[in-house]
Write a protein that binds this ligand. Structure first.
Ligand code: ADE
Length: 225
């Protein structure tokens, strides 16, 4: 799966792709990630990609022309399944969206900055808008890194144990049950006995019960979905 990330701050977004599971996915050729500096598509000598907003008001707006040039170049090279714009005024990312996107082949992710992009970018080029939460970040880069991480770990072959992405929190609309590792007893606190019993049907039933309990306590709205 290929990601083309359009950004004004490539340095800000590169590091999450250089570690751990995501890096291994890239090294194995399961994910390809390319960064495109929007300033390279600016037509003025100052590499300016933003301007004042029509009608007045605080904050600069990202101009359509460099974004059009960058997206058009990419689209002339291959077909894209989605062109995603990272912005706080959009539906919030959830596991179902990441699952769906993990089945795609080529995705462009546009990171917003300042007051956002000229509305015509959204109207003409963007096929999907995603927020990572109801708060405003300095730019879409951290959101894009979160989005790509959540997708890449779902690509078949990325996680060693093929079942482990399926048992993540939110798959089946349930939070994960608690997990424990050695030692079985630490400063007087003990691991639930059932987990040491070797009775796997009972362990599964216990985990399901705990997943429901946790979901009910922390995110009861998931149980209504
Ligand atoms: N850009 C700024 N804030 C954002 C958010 N919450 N999600 C996605 N992109 C953003």
């Amino acid at each position: 799966m290929r990601f083309d990330i359009i950004t004004v701050s490539p340095e800000l977004i590169q590091s999450p792709f250089e570690h751990s599971i995501v890096k291994r996915a890239i090294d194995k050729g399961l994910a390809e990630v390319y960064f495109h500096n929007l300033r390279d598509f600016a037509s003025n000598k100052y590499k300016k990609i933003d301007d004042y907003q029509f009608g007045g008001g605080a904050g600069m707006v990202m101009m359509i022309e460099p974004i059009d040039k960058c997206i058009s170049k990419l689209k002339s090279e291959r077909d894209y399944d989605e062109i995603i714009y990272m912005t706080p005024d959009a539906p919030i990312l959830n596991q179902a969206t990441s699952n769906t996107l993990s089945l795609k082949k080529n995705i462009i992710v546009l990171c917003g900055h300042y007051k956002g992009v000229d509305q015509r970018v959204r109207d003409l080029f963007i096929t999907k808008e995603i927020s990572i939460g109801d708060y405003v970040l300095s730019g879409g880069e951290l959101g894009a890194a979160v989005l790509c991480d959540s997708i890449i770990r779902l690509i078949p072959g990325v996680l060693g144990d093929e079942t482990s992405a399926l048992t993540d929190s939110f798959q089946d609309n349930l939070l994960s049950p608690p997990v424990y590792t050695r030692p079985a007893e630490y400063k007087g606190t003990e691991v639930p006995e059932i987990l040491l019993s070797g009775n796997f049907p009972k362990i599964d039933a216990w985990r399901t019960e705990k997943a429901y309990e946790r979901t009910q306590q922390i995110k009861p709205e998931l149980l209504d979905e």
